[in-house]
Design a protein around this ligand. Structure first.
Ligand SMILES: [Ca+2]
Ligand SMILES: [Ca+2]
Ligand SMILES: [Ca+2]
Length: 196
């Protein structure tokens, strides 16, 4: 197999002569022409999330499905190479999304979610999820952050703390005494806790 490269002013293109396949450093070639911003193209096994014991994660299509336990889960997907779909059930859960478009839902008890970059859908579910409540209980952080991107950030029927962060974000606290930290461009709250 004979391969050679033809260089232009913009990029280098591998050309194969009398060969069925041509082995090149495709990662390098793609990195030269890839557009900036999040992209979940990858070769080989995708990078998964860092998770605590008994949390299950599976690659399904172009996303990672992460299922927490009814205990306290720690799920960090900042280094994941695919969007994530996370659900955590009961327990005090600490969750960081990926840099892509994620769906994240936590359950009862004190949860903290930061969806990071991408256009994310975040739902704190039932329970009181706010910094004040969680810190008073000795748990630490609580609440939801949309992160960069255009996000939907939802609370549940408890006292929640919501932040849209950067981007055009929709925040919905649901019932309960909810705290809106800012970054929400649109908000909806049955108790009128949100004042934009
Ligand atoms: Ca849990
Ligand atoms: Ca994200
Ligand atoms: Ca609420």
């Amino acid at each position: 197999m004979r391969c050679m490269k033809i260089s232009t002013a913009l990029l280098t293109v591998p050309v194969c002569v009398l060969a069925l396949a041509c082995e090149t450093d495709t990662a390098t070639e793609e990195s030269l022409v890839a557009p900036p911003g999040p992209s979940f193209k990858h070769e080989g096994a995708p990078a998964l999330c860092a998770v605590s014991a008994d949390v299950v994660q599976k690659v399904k299509g172009h996303r990672i499905v992460v299922t927490g336990t009814d205990g306290n889960d720690n799920i960090g997907c900042a280094g994941a190479s695919l969007p994530v779909h996370i659900s955590t059930g009961k327990g005090n859960d600490f969750i960081l999304g990926s840099q892509f478009d994620d769906e994240i839902k936590s359950g009862k008890d004190c949860d903290f979610i930061n969806a990071l970059g991408g256009n994310d859908h975040v739902d704190l579910g039932p329970g009181d999820d706010s910094q004040a409540v969680c810190q008073a209980a000795g748990i630490g952080n609580g609440g939801a952050r949309g992160g960069n991107g255009n996000d939907v950030v939802k609370g549940g029927p408890g006292d929640d703390e919501l932040s849209g962060s950067a981007g055009s974000d929709l925040c919905e606290g649901g019932k309960g005494a909810d705290v809106y930290l800012g970054g929400c461009t649109t908000c909806s709250d049955p108790d009128q806790d949100c004042t934009l």
